[in-house]
Design a protein around this ligand. Structure first.
Ligand code: C5P
Length: 223
């Protein structure tokens, strides 16, 4: 314990966006730098945990002391997450694309007489919900994120119920918040116990405070 409150614990973190192929050169993607998720993985490792970070395509370095599994699509992310289980703590910070193209083209789609192509989308698996709702092998603490541009707390509460996770870290990602790709984050923790709003902090400080909080919940120890 002490400065290693997660010693001997297995922690799974998802981070970054997913890229859903349209054809060999084009993708459907979310905006996500991966900075908050990567910082959480680094903070968990610093707290002594055995960390697997499943990350979509990002341009930031791998955190030190962490096992990194690089994926592209939501389906690859789900498979890697299942591979990485069991875990004591699972944190889903990735910005997963809600939809993918039903059948991606094996060849580059050409501009032509037919005009722009129509993309038929199908829903991606919900990785967080599928882990949180597992009958067997559910991690004791499952944490989701809610990136919202309005009604942040309301949406986070609804998400908590819909996904079946224990805690939602909610943040305002409206363009005027500067959170997207930025250094700082302002989060609120939403759980069955209520809502806790934190002041704006660097993403590293948010990660450390979150990990301290999760460790307390997991071990019942004071952090
Ligand atoms: O409502 P939304 O699906 O955006 O909820 C976001 C939370 O769910 C995040 O924790 C995100 O990582 C997770 N998620 C997921 N798989 C999806 C969509 C979202 O794990 N397909």
């Amino acid at each position: 314990r002490g400065d290693q409150p997660l010693k001997g614990r297995r922690v799974l973190v998802t981070s970054g966006p997913t890229h859903e192929p349209i054809d060999p050169v084009r993708v459907l993607a979310n905006r996500s730098s991966g900075r908050q998720g990567h910082a959480i993985a680094a903070a968990a490792a610093a707290a002594g945990a055995d960390v697997t970070l499943v990350s979509g395509p990002v341009s930031i370095p791998d955190p030190a002391g962490v096992r990194v599994v690089a994926v592209e699509s939501a389906r690859e992310m789900l498979a890697a997450v299942e591979q990485a289980l069991p875990a004591d703590l699972a944190i889903f910070a990735a910005a997963v694309a809600d939809w993918r193209v039903e059948t991606d083209s094996a060849q580059k789609i050409k501009k032509g007489a037919g005009g722009p192509p129509t993309l038929r989308l199908v829903e991606n698996p919900d990785i967080l919900a599928s882990v949180a709702r597992r009958a067997e092998g559910r991690p004791p603490l499952v944490v989701g994120f809610a990136a919202e541009t309005q009604n942040v707390i309301e949406n986070a509460r609804a998400k908590l119920a819909r996904k079946g996770c224990d805690l939602i870290v909610a943040n305002d990602v409206s363009p005027e918040s500067g959170v997207m790709g930025g250094d700082r984050n302002t989060v609120a923790l939403v759980s069955a116990e209520g809502v806790e709003r934190w002041d704006a902090m660097t993403k590293e400080a948010v990660a450390q405070a979150l990990i301290a909080r999760f460790a307390t919940r997991l071990t019942g120890a004071s952090a």
